[in-house]
Design a protein around this ligand. Structure first.
Ligand code: NAP
Length: 280
């Protein structure tokens, strides 16, 4: 039976560390601030933004919300980002995705000052991650690494299989495992005989977006299984990409959903905002 890596506990530790460091900065007259831009009224985005504001409050980071209407133009949004880039009270800028379709997401993300890019989506930060010389790491992959470290799992020399190759999860995840000397295989929707590959994994990371995609027969005995997926099941409940009950019989370590990677993503955003304040 697998040991459960408790994301809530690890995230609470990260938040506590951030809180202490923010206090130290405050004692030296430095305040830390995060600007969150939300465009339109996507209910899921609203929940995420509210959570981020709550997290900021908990650790003493000021959060500034910019709620823009659905019909915001590209130039209005770019003007706001320019203003925030020059605002000394704002250390981090986050644009909640997805954006309404009239907006060019790429241009918007590229407009953020790389030193305030706490999501690490700007090409400068993406490039820095590639060469292993970075200030910020994208929140979800960094959170996964933190979970792996919390369980004292050594990545070096392990066969790491990542399912998913998105720019925000799969690709950076693979690089972080590579930086820690894992031997990395990336699977995606065109991968053939995927279970033959996943069965070789010492560390298996699922970032697919399909409920119960990873079944027990795809997992090697004793593997570490990290579930990034955030899906809704038929009852509307949050679930991951891994068939948790059967896979936890085979894995050595496993992350649950909820309570695994999700809380870590939120905690790392706070840490990135603190890092941004320090850089500035
Ligand atoms: P995404 O952009 O939709 O990427 C999904 C990836 O899965 C793609 O690379 C896709 O391959 C691959 N894929 C889809 N169907 C597949 C199949 N049948 N076999 C193998 N690979 C397949 O999603 P994402 O943004 O990376 O997110 C992935 C999951 O993580 C989602 O459930 C998302 O909600 C969740 N997530 C969680 C957190 C968190 O904090 N816990 C944060 C971000 C995302 P192709 O590239 O070939 O299309």
């Amino acid at each position: 039976m697998a040991i459960v890596i408790n994301g809530k506990e690890v995230a609470a530790k990260v938040k506590e560390e951030v809180k202490e460091e923010v206090k130290l900065l405050n004692a030296n007259g430095i305040e830390v601030g995060l600007a969150v831009i939300i465009v339109g009224d996507n209910p899921a985005s609203r929940v995420y933004v509210n959570n981020k504001k709550k997290d900021c409050e908990e650790v003493g980071i000021h959060s500034y919300e910019y709620a823009l209407s659905d019909d915001t133009t590209q130039s209005e949004l770019l003007d706001l980002i320019k203003k925030l880039n020059n605002d000394k009270n704002v250390n981090g800028i986050l644009v909640q995705l997805p954006l309404p379709k009239q907006l060019d997401e790429k241009e918007v993300l590229n407009a953020i000052d790389p030193n305030k890019d706490v999501d690490a989506f700007h090409p400068v930060n993406v490039g820095k991650i590639m060469i292993g010389d970075y200030s910020f790491l994208p929140c979800t992959p960094a959170g996964v690494m933190e979970l792996i470290h919390s369980a004292n799992i050594d990545v070096s020399g392990k066969h790491c299989v990542v399912i998913g190759r998105s720019n925000i999860v799969g690709k950076p995840m693979s690089l972080l495992l590579l930086h820690e000397h894992g031997t990395v295989t990336i699977c995606h929707s065109r991968t053939k005989n995927i279970s033959e590959i996943t069965k070789q994994a010492d560390i298996l990371v699922a970032a697919v977006g399909i409920e119960k995609f990873v079944t027990a027969d795809m997992v090697k005995d004793g593997a570490v299984v990290i579930d990034v997926g955030m899906n809704k099941n038929a009852e509307g409940k949050l679930c991951g990409d891994v068939d948790y009950l059967s896979v936890s019989e085979k894995a050595s370590y496993i992350t649950p959903v909820p309570g695994g990677v999700g809380p870590m993503t939120r905690a790392i955003l706070l840490r990135n905002t603190l890092t941004a304040a320090k850089i500035q």
